[in-house]
Design a protein around this ligand. Structure first.
Ligand SMILES: C[S@@+](CC[C@H](N)C(=O)[O-])C[C@H]1O[C@@H](n2cnc3c(N)ncnc32)[C@H](O)[C@@H]1O
Length: 367
């Protein structure tokens, strides 16, 4: 049963052995795509037309293997095949081609590396712990991860910003904003808005680089902070909290909501974007369910949460008028993935801050 009409599509309910086999063998096309990226195939093809023997020589791979790989990529629409000649599709020649300015290499590296990590899933199920312990503040790791987040959201952020009315807002905090892609999209859409992107210092260095290519950069400022343990300095009309909730435990999130509440003007808004589950049993949408596996593999205590439990944490922190924002289908990061919560207009109570009891987590990736 759905709590509301945002259950998502029940894309597969496996009841027969054939259903089960088909679900398992669905790994095949993803593995072909990952192999193509690992072999830098789209970069090798570039914008040229190739016969397989020439391309195989150029890539130093077998003709037989490449012919089979390219035929499947053509079947999937990533290559165009005319007789014996192959060219890249538009997508292959741009976002997947390391020689093109629109190449999304850092995000491609992140998602293709997850193939090996997901192969180790039984280890994490047994231990209940992440696979490894990355140094989250290590600048190179943070830099690559932050670029990956930019490459992930650069098309989604303007679509979301176009649908969230911020006419009454003067100040926005992009909390855990990483590359600041959302902050920039909100600034571009709202010419009188000022925004602050708050994250770890190495993430903010990337945000500065990205902002330097935008006209709105003069209205963006930067706040280095450990959002898990430190109070949020300043006061804002809107706090945008995107894709951070799932990294942390329910207790961490509740404490963070109290800190966010304290940093909002009366009537201010906290907008949370995340992979919310929407049915009563916490199973759907499928994307939000599956994303919990990434949190198991890469974080100490992360998970995906239901909109209902998040709403309860928000109410506990003092927020009111909590609702799921409806976005146009196909424009969202996650289905039903934005919760809006308001700080009361008047008589705002000071929430009890319990930062002292909050432990610092060590999420490995996707965080
Ligand atoms: C998955 S990324 C999301 C980035 C961006 N908000 C988006 O939606 O694309 C999570 C971000 O939260 C930041 N973050 C997580 N824990 C943090 C902490 N304790 N202090 C500061 N930033 C943190 C990470 O550095 C990262 O940039």
């Amino acid at each position: 049963m759905c709590e509301d009409d945002r259950c998502g599509s029940v894309s597969r309910q496996l009841s027969t052995f054939d259903d089960f086999r088909n679900a398992i063998t669905a790994y095949r096309l993803p593995r072909v795509l990952i192999a193509a990226i690992e072999l830098n195939l789209f970069t090798a093809i570039g914008t040229q037309a190739w016969a397989i023997p020439d391309l195989a020589r150029d890539m130093k791979v077998s003709e037989r293997g490449l012919a089979i790989l390219c035929r499947i990529l053509a079947m999937a629409g990533l290559l165009k095949k005319q007789g014996e000649i192959y060219r890249s599709s538009r997508l292959g020649a741009t976002a997947l081609n390391a020689r093109h300015p629109a190449y999304r290499g850092d995000y491609l590296r992140l998602i293709t590396s997850h193939w090996a990590d997901w192969g180790r899933l039984p280890e994490s199920v047994k231990s209940g712990l992440p696979l490894d312990h990355d140094e989250l503040d290590e600048p190179d790791y943070r830099r690559q991860f932050t670029w990956a987040m930019h490459h992930r959201t650069l098309e989604t952020a303007p679509k979301i910003a176009a649908q969230i009315g911020l006419r009454d807002a003067r100040t926005l905090l992009d909390l855990g904003g990483g590359p600041g892609t959302y902050a920039m999209a909100f600034l571009t859409k709202n010419p009188s808005l000022r925004a602050t992107v708050c994250d770890r210092p190495a993430a903010l260095d990337v945000a500065k680089e990205i902002a330097s290519t935008h006209k709105a950069a003069a209205r963006l400022s930067y706040l280095p902070l450990d959002i898990l343990t430190e109070a949020i300095p300043g006061i804002y009309d809107v706090i945008w909290y995107s894709n951070v909730l799932h990294i942390y435990s329910p207790q961490d999130n509740q404490a963070l909501f109290r800190r966010a509440f304290a940093a909002l003007n009366p009537g201010g808004r906290l907008l949370i974007q995340d992979a919310f589950l929407h049915d009563r049993e916490g199973l759907f949408p499928e994307e939000a369910s599956l994303f919990a596996i990434s949190m198991l593999l890469f974080t100490e205590r992360g998970n995906t949460y239901s909109a209902a439990e998040t709403r309860a944490w928000l109410t506990d922190a003092g927020f009111e008028r909590i609702k799921v924002l409806r976005m146009k289908k196909g424009t969202e990061d996650w289905e039903g993935g934005i919760l809006e919560a308001r700080s009361p207009e008047t008589n705002k109570k000071t929430p009890v801050l319990r930062t002292g009891s909050v432990k610092h987590l060590r999420p490995r990736s996707l965080s």
